[in-house]
Design a protein around this ligand. Structure first.
Ligand code: FES
Ligand code: FES
Length: 223
């Protein structure tokens, strides 16, 4: 599993601060989130991903590791991120370890559980099975993107109201799957909900409440 320490996403308006901190090798692949160098673009974030590059200016770092890295621009939750990544990295890895968007959870990492579900062009996709380079040019929505400022979005609110979770580990993926379903089908039947959610497993067996929450979320979205 590639889980590292969690921290908040780097601020666009504080690139110098982003490059501060001590070197650490506690992350898999020798990476630290601090290793993502952030420099400013107009409304965009440029990030170089390598612990070796962490102490260097972004332009120099890019030249140093050019052979191993590639540039991508991702549109996530309405914000552009210019990134230097290794082509083999998954979208899940970059979201969590690079951008601090830890609402997307790590589960099986092999396309079986749905915990890592995000929306790509409004369609639910497993972020663990999506290469970050595949996601370039697409509209990516994560759990964080469903918030309305400090308020929960309608699907999140419906899950809370209907106790549609126990341990909660699958819940972010379930919420994203419901969000994707409702964007395609605003008024699904219970059967269509079950069908639409079939790619998301819940080890706690909260399925009945999840279906109820999806129906409530459909109502909230229509109101
Ligand atoms: S973590 Fe992606 S499907 Fe399980
Ligand atoms: S609430 Fe525990 S796995 Fe779904």
């Amino acid at each position: 599993m590639r889980q590292g320490k969690e921290s908040s996403m780097k601020r666009e308006n504080d690139p110098e601060k982003d490059n501060q901190g001590k070197e650490s090798n506690d992350s898999p692949r020798g990476l630290t989130r601090r290793g993502f160098l952030t420099t400013m673009g107009a409304g965009a974030v440029t990030i170089a991903v390598s612990s070796k590059l962490a102490a260097q200016p972004a332009a120099e770092a890019e030249m140093t590791e050019r052979g191993e890295m590639t540039k991508v621009t991702l549109r996530i939750n309405g914000r552009n991120y210019r990134l230097l990544v290794e082509p083999r990295w998954s979208l899940l890895y970059v979201l969590r370890e690079g951008l601090g968007l830890t609402g997307t959870k790590v589960g099986c990492e092999r396309g079986e559980c749905g915990t890592c579900t995000v929306l790509i062009d409004d369609v639910p996709r497993y972020a663990c099975m999506t290469l970050v380079v595949e996601a370039e040019g697409a509209k990516i929505t994560t759990l964080e993107g469903l918030m309305k400022g400090e308020e929960l979005g309608p699907v999140q609110q419906a899950f809370a109201e209907h106790d549609a979770f126990q341990c909660g580990y699958c819940t972010p993926g379930q919420i994203m799957a419901v969000e994707g379903l409702l964007r395609k089908n605003p008024k699904p039947s219970p059967y269509e909900i079950r069908q639409g959610m079939s790619g998301n497993l819940c080890r706690c067996g909260a399925y009945k409440h999840i279906v109820n929450a999806a129906q409530k979320a459909a109502e909230l979205k229509r109101s």
